[in-house]
Structure formats: structure tokens, C-alpha cells
Design a protein. Structure first.
Length: 204
């Protein structure tokens, strides 16, 4: 039996973030923002002229605030709430999750032969407010041919991934260099997350 004080809420649908939290021994329960007839989804549309860093930090804070509100509204036991958001940026442009295969292919064409940034923001909310941290990593893609891109897109892996690729998946063969946090590129920078949880009083 795990003591309630040693369990957090994870407000994320990402299976990768669940795996990463388990990797560092963090016990959690899922707290999804949409349940029954609730409409607590966060609008993740970038604001006009919003810089990628400002965008990802704003979205993760909104997610944390919405998740804590959901916890209180549902009268759940009070625990730390953890949220995260990842965005890929190239030349100050935000590359979100592709809407379809054609958009995924276009994203990969842009990333081909270039170095891009992966920004992952993490937030922890409690009664005192929201604490945030930002992880910045640099990823360099090898030059990709049209056949490389088509075969990868056809696997379906790029869908629902920021920037149209998964570093821990088949796209690893495209990456010639990664500087920063590998787990951050996956979606949850573990070193920064652990520090944030400890700062919030979580026993880790």
C-alpha cells in the first residue's frame, strides 16, 4: 500500500510521460482534464507573435491550473498535480502535432539536415501556486530523402508527436546529434522534474 503523500496526479495522456515517471520511482494517478461533461481542455493555440519559449510556459501553466481546478471540483484527495508540454521549434516557428500525414511529411522536410530546438516545460501545482521549469534541447537531423520521409510517415509514428517524430522510436535513425535532455525530448525531462517535485515537498 502506497501512502497518499507519496502519490501525485499526472495530468497528461502521454504514455511516454507515464513510463518516464515510473523510471524515477514516482507513483501517480492519472487526472485527465476532460471527464464526463466537463470542458476543461486548454486552448493550445499560439498567440500572435508569441515566442516558442513563452508559448510552452504559458500552456503548461494553464494545464496545471486547469488540472488543480478539476481535482478540487471533483472533490478528489489533494495532491501535487504535474503537467508537461513539449514543442519543437525551428527558426522561431512552432511545429506542433501534425494534423495529418501530409503535414507530418512537411515537418520532416523542414527538419531534414537542420538543428532544431525541443522545449519541454513542466509544472507542479499545489495550494501555494504553480512552479515551472523549462528544458531546452538541440536535435540535429541527418539529411532525409523523400523515400525516408514517406516510409516513416507511413508507419503512423509521427502522428500525435510534436514536430512529427518520436526520438525513442524509429526516428532515432535520423538523429545525428542530441544536446540536452533525452528524456526532455521524449516529453518529460527527468532531472528537472525530480528537482521540481523535491522543491514542492514530494519525497523523492
Amino acid at each position: 500500500m502506497i501512502a497518499p503523500s507519496k502519490v501525485i496526479y499526472l495530468a497528461s495522456k502521454s504514455p511516454r510521460r507515464r513510463e518516464l515517471l515510473r523510471q524515477i520511482g514516482v507513483h501517480f494517478e492519472l487526472l485527465l482534464l476532460r471527464e464526463k461533461n466537463e470542458r476543461l481542455d486548454v486552448d493550445e493555440s499560439p498567440l500572435p507573435d508569441e515566442l516558442p519559449r513563452d508559448y510552452v510556459m504559458r500552456v503548461v501553466r494553464l494545464k496545471a491550473e486547469a488540472a488543480r481546478s478539476a481535482m478540487l471540483d471533483r472533490k478528489l484527495p489533494e495532491r501535487l498535480v504535474l503537467t508537461a508540454d513539449t514543442t519543437v521549434t525551428l527558426d522561431a516557428a512552432i511545429l506542433g502535432k501534425p494534423a495529418d500525414a501530409a503535414e507530418a511529411a512537411r515537418m520532416l522536410e523542414r527538419l531534414s539536415g537542420h538543428t532544431h530546438q525541443v522545449l519541454t516545460a513542466v509544472a507542479v501545482a499545489d495550494a501555494q501556486g504553480v512552479r515551472e521549469v523549462l528544458s531546452t534541447s538541440f536535435v540535429t537531423f541527418d539529411k532525409l530523402g523523400a523515400d525516408d520521409i514517406k516510409r516513416y510517415v507511413d508507419t503512423g509514428e509521427p502522428m500525435d508527436k510534436a514536430g512529427g517524430y518520436a526520438v525513442q522510436g524509429l526516428a532515432a535513425k535520423f538523429i545525428s546529434k542530441l544536446s540536452g535532455s533525452y528524456s526532455g525530448v521524449m516529453g518529460l525531462p527527468l532531472c528537472e522534474t525530480a528537482k521540481l517535485l523535491r522543491q514542492s515537498g514530494f519525497p523523492l
